[in-house]
Design a protein around this ligand. Sequence first.
Ligand code: ATR
Length: 291
Amino acid sequence: MSVLISTPMADSVLETDCYVVIGNPIGHSKSPDIHARFAADTAQNIDYRHLLAPLNGFAEAVQEFIQQGGKGANVTVPFKLEAYALATTLTPRAEAAGAVNTLSFANGQIHGDNTDGIGLVTDIVRNAGFEIAGKRVLLLGAGGAARGVLLPLMQANPAQLVLANRTVTNAQALVQQFSQKFPNEGEIVVSSFTDVASINDQFDLIINATSASLQADVPTVAASIFGPQTLAYDMMYGKQPTVFMQFASAQGAMVRDGLGMLVEQAAEAFFVWRGVRPQTDATFSALRAQL
Ligand code: ATR
């Protein structure tokens, strides 16, 4: 959608590119706020809004937005798989994730991307100052959240990546699919929660990609795998530290929640659309203060 805006300063007319975040529900999404901050930071003239799509009407909502001239969309729950199916081209990271959170519309094509994994890696490496290369990494979970970050995590060159899940067969299926699509990305070790302690006494980075925190549950891994050199990262976030972070803190680990990942996945989407990378520190602090 291009909106013509007359400026009182001059007779000139500015053309504004339009973007939306599509979900159901969607009113709670922080994306319009985040992208408005990025646009101000980079002096980009964009319009970014919420778009509530009916549960059975995602593709129609996207097509209507394209007809209106929309340039791109972020996609959130529950439509990331439908966005993957709707896209006419996919980036490797979207292909690996099996899900799309960023759509771009150009030349009659629907380009699908996924910026969640790079958002996680950027938050850990740049914002937390924690190098992943050469480290022993444990990823907990084998659902959409874990799948979404596997490729960027492997591309960050950890010494070892162990994927552990409550249901081991789900982890095996995920790793098998990933290895078939990306045979050159190296080996991912599959484990049960119980067995991770026998793979390494401690891990350098432990990422919680399960939805256990939503039920105030902690994945049942041994407390001994967390040490003072461990960064324990929960992809969930909230006003208070999650139960996973509290558990890790009690073992002396460093902790971080997923708010930075939210901001960094948005920054990467902004970069995909606009070709400029916004500063994220001030936006992160503002969002933290609003929680
Ligand atoms: P999504 O795809 O939206 O991430 P999902 O497919 O339900 O959601 O996956 C959620 C992940 O959290 C799974 O790895 C799930 O483990 P299972 O494969 O065994 O179901 C994990 N999970 C959910 N609740 C959990 C809990 N209480 N303890 C540990 N893991 C849990």
